[in-house]
Write a protein that binds this ligand. Structure first.
Ligand code: GBH
Length: 470
């Protein structure tokens, strides 16, 4: 190596999509406007003791009214694509029947504004905000919810399918099923292990039904789901820890990847969960296993796990955690591996992202992959100059982009990267206490101020990769 040569940094292939992501309940606000009905997150957040500080998404970052300013921020960043979610209760306040046109109009306006700004719209149809009437009828553990979801998907597709090419059905079915119905950390806050397994199955069935319906309308569109995958390691070489790693990998990763991409459930996971009476209808697997045009992967950290029994609450993660989301494997414990953490306490492990990408490529049928979320949350305040100097976030994204680049060099068909998140927003059970944005939001005034990471990311997009280190 020439010691005088300057390291230009890794360069991503031309056409690689550079994006940022958000979700409806976390940013929109306008909870009762233009006919929007209540979702399970409205109900949950308004229940005392469920969200830190009693925070709700009633106003959030008021994106519903400020979307033109937010689209201008995206244009300034140079984003090629923007991943957002559509609020089901805006489109169908009761969760069924004909569309609430005023709700759809918001997404028509948003999509038009994005296209006008040269930013490709990447909608996700479900980012956890189930219409409350559907929860009252049984929620995701109820098979009917999957059919309602496909109907809703079709309504949205009819409204914007002419201008949107890439579709994500469900976001992180693991969270919706197990935090929502097993540990109760997320809406609807139920403690029902058997129901949570059915919820996972019906979220995937809803995905399959929705893809089938939308593809029937427009075979040229691209369809996929977004799953949250983790690298998983045993804490020691004790066989009990190896078994814990197998179980957590099974529940977190393979429970979703195997049905979606291989059309079958992992046998060991069925065995681990058998005592909860989980016997999914095998005929559904053909529906779940629709050919995918893309797979979204949300990656944040690695799980390091031990198999020695501990307090069940130790396996939970929310600020009010009491119950384990690890249905059938409630004895597993998560142990620190000693790496530096983000402000969420999550260990920073970009090697885990490389591991996840190469694993999916190796073990599953080849499909274009997208990192649909990756980012770092902190408890941040602006400095005296009014700017957030978020060197930690820059280092986090830089390291993970380098891992993505290495995966591409290893043959992984990774076609885009969306950072979480464009804006500071409502971080679920953590309320507004944790910030993930490239852009700071002063919640009192709704003023948006790009952080150092926003300028850095704009530069990455311009160069086609992170800057060199030398
Ligand atoms: C993503 O989930 C979400 O898609 C996104 O909406 C979210 O804002 C982002 O991550 C950052 O968290 O402490 O009870 O709230 C990532 C996987 C798994 C992260 C559950 C939060 C803790 C649950 N999530 N985890 S709780």
């Amino acid at each position: 190596d020439d010691p005088g040569a300057r390291d230009a940094g890794p360069r991503f292939p031309t056409g690689f999509r550079w994006g940022a992501a958000t979700a409806a309940y976390q940013i929109e606000g306008a909870a009762a406007e233009d006919g929007r009905g209540p979702s399970i997150w409205d109900t949950f957040a308004r229940t005392p003791g469920k969200v830190l500080g009693g925070d709700t998404g009633d106003v959030a970052v008021d994106h519903y009214h400020r979307y033109p300013e937010d689209v201008a921020l995206m244009r300034d960043l140079g984003l090629s694509s923007y991943r957002f979610s559509i609020s089901w209760p805006r489109v169908q306040p009761s969760g069924a029947g004909s569309a609430n046109e005023r709700g759809l109009d918001f997404y028509r306006r948003l999509v038009d504004a994005l296209l006008e700004a040269g930013v490709e719209p990447w909608p996700t149809l479900y980012h956890w905000d189930l219409p409350q009437p559907l929860e009252d009828a049984g929620g995701w553990p109820e098979r009917e919810t999957a059919y309602r979801f496909a109907d809703y998907a079709e309504l949205v597709h009819e409204a914007i399918g002419d201008r949107v090419k890439h579709w994500t059905t469900v976001n992180e079915p693991w969270c919706a099923a197990f935090l929502g119905y097993a540990s109760g950390d997320h809406a609807p806050g139920r403690l029902d292990p058997s129901g949570s397994l059915l919820a996972a199955h019906h979220l995937m069935l809803g995905h399959g039904l929705a893809v089938r319906a939308m593809r029937g309308r427009r075979p040229d569109n691209m369809f996929g789901a977004a799953v949250n995958l983790y690298a998983v390691s045993p804490a020691t070489d004790d066989p009990a820890d190896a078994d814990a790693a197998r179980r957590v990998d099974g529940m977190q990763n393979r429970l979703f990847l195997d049905p979606l991409l291989l059309g079958r459930y992992p046998e060991d996971v069925l065995a681990d969960t058998a005592r909860h009476g989980f016997e999914p209808d095998a005929a559904d697997l053909a529906v779940i296993n629709q050919p995918l045009d893309q797979l979204g992967i949300n990656y944040y950290t690695r799980h390091t796990v031990a198999g020695t029994p501990g307090d069940a609450a130790q396996t939970a993660s929310g600020p009010f955690a009491t119950h384990s989301p690890w249905v059938g494997s409630e004895h597993v414990r998560f142990v620190p591996a000693g790496r530096p953490t983000t402000g969420m306490g999550w260990e920073i492990d970009e090697g885990g992202l490389h591991e996840v990408l190469t694993r999916v490529h190796r073990e599953y049928p080849s499909v274009p992959l997208y990192i649909t979320e990756n980012g770092a949350g902190y408890d941040e305040t602006p400095d005296g100059d009014g700017t957030v100097h978020d060197a930690g976030r820059i280092a986090y994204i830089d390291a993970h982009l380098r891992a993505c680049h290495a995966a591409i060099a290893d043959g992984v068909p990774l076609a885009g990267y969306f950072t979480w998140s464009l804006l500071d927003n409502f971080e679920w059970a953590w309320g507004y206490s944790k910030r993930f944005g490239l852009v700071h939001v002063d919640y009192a005034t709704q003023r948006r101020t790009p952080k150092d990471s926003a300028r850095w990311y704009a530069d990455v997009i311009r160069r086609g990769g992170p800057p060199g280190r030398g």
